[in-house]
Design a protein around this ligand. Structure first.
Ligand SMILES: *[C@@H]1O[C@H](CO)[C@@H](O)[C@H](O)[C@H]1NC(C)=O
Ligand SMILES: *[C@@H]1O[C@H](CO)[C@@H](O)[C@H](O)[C@H]1NC(C)=O
Ligand SMILES: *[C@@H]1O[C@H](CO)[C@@H](O)[C@H](O)[C@H]1NC(C)=O
Ligand SMILES: *[C@@H]1O[C@H](CO)[C@@H](O)[C@H](O)[C@H]1NC(C)=O
Ligand SMILES: *[C@@H]1O[C@H](CO)[C@@H](O)[C@H](O)[C@H]1NC(C)=O
Length: 282
């Protein structure tokens, strides 16, 4: 590029998704001997023609730096113009707790890690953390300059509370590629992560009445939702005949008629549910 070179690239900046087609024309606005594109994948040259196209059906080359050159009859006789080309990738975004498995406990601190694979150009990336619909943190990577796909991550520190009942965390990768890029900016969202804590809840909290038929197995189902996962215990109105497991579901053919109370508890609360087992009389 130089003073008086009179070469124009249309468009002057291109933003293209990985594998998409691209076409740019280089135009001279004074008589030219040779006009061409210097490019690894799609070179072109014309003689005494005022315009030459650089065209690729599917751009997948990260090191492509097309340059338009012109050889003119009058000074300046050698000119070149480098194309401002941005190749971007769709990416994949994942989210997980660091060094932790299983349900989270209220009041304790956890780190959530958001990882983005194969992102380019990373300097245009913003990672946004959401709790529910609220953006709680964002992380930009403007200090990085690689045009090649890279892997980046962001950590969010959270302390689950009961007040956030049902809240889910998400991480959104957004590429702000400028006015030449796609509008709205392309985004990829992670799976939601349930970091909420909530007390045990039964599908139906009312007492259940079950008919007992001798020799037929009956099932007392005390399954409750809750985070952390509830633990269970059972009590009966009369002495237990057999050891009752600390399970959500009690299945037996040798239960006696009476009232059975199941307790589902986690770190937040203890809830109970009644089962009334009646002898069936014909
Ligand atoms: C000049 O370019 C036009 C359009 O790209 C093309 O049709 C024509 O054949 C070219 N002429 C020469 C002399 O290369
Ligand atoms: C995760 O645990 C490993 C080993 O237990 C430790 O080396 C690492 O520093 C921990 N990472 C964080 C972020 O706490
Ligand atoms: C990032 O979050 C801050 C507040 O925490 C906000 O002022 C800023 O606009 C956000 N940046 C972007 C790019 O959304
Ligand atoms: C997270 O919560 C949503 C609804 O609150 C539920 O549909 C989803 O199965 C939960 N995911 C996990 C992994 O527990
Ligand atoms: C127990 O009840 C839960 C819902 O409360 C249900 O999802 C589950 O399938 C039941 N299990 C059995 C063995 O009936």
């Amino acid at each position: 590029s130089g003073e008086g070179c009179s070469m124009i690239l249309r468009p002057s900046r291109v933003v293209v998704g990985f594998g998409e087609p691209v076409s740019v024309s280089c135009e001279a606005i004074r008589p030219v001997r040779v006009l061409g594109w210097d490019s690894v994948i799609s070179a072109a040259e014309t003689h005494q023609n005022l315009s030459v196209q650089w065209k690729v059906d599917s751009l997948i080359d990260w090191i492509e730096e097309p340059i338009c050159y012109g050889v003119f009859f009058t000074p300046p006789t050698q000119c070149e113009e480098k194309l401002n080309l941005v190749l971007y990738t769709p990416d994949s975004v994942s989210i997980r707790p660091v060094n932790h498995t299983g349900p989270m406990v209220e009041g304790r601190e956890y780190q959530l890690l958001c990882e983005v694979q194969n992102i380019a150009p990373v300097q245009y990336l913003t990672l946004r953390w959401y709790r529910g619909l609220t953006e709680v943190y964002n992380h930009s990577f403007t200090d990085l300059t690689s045009s090649l796909p890279v892997q980046v991550s962001s950590i969010l520190i959270i302390t689950p509370t009961k007040a956030e009942n049902g809240a889910q965390y998400r991480c959104v990768a957004e590429l702000e590629l400028g006015p030449e890029g796609p509008q709205p900016p392309p985004t990829v969202t992670s799976e939601p992560l349930n970091a909420s804590v909530y007390p045990p809840a039964f599908l139906s909290p009312e007492p259940e009445v079950l008919d007992l038929v001798v020799g037929v197995e009956i099932t007392l189902n005390c399954t409750a939702t809750g985070n952390p996962t509830p633990v269970y215990s059972w009590q009966s109105s009369h002495p237990m005949q057999e050891r009752i497991e600390d399970e959500a579901i009690l299945t037996s053919s040798s239960l006696l008629p009476g009232t059975y109370i199941c307790m589902a508890s986690n770190t937040l609360e203890k809830k109970s549910k009644q089962f009334i087992v009646k002898a069936k009389t014909k």
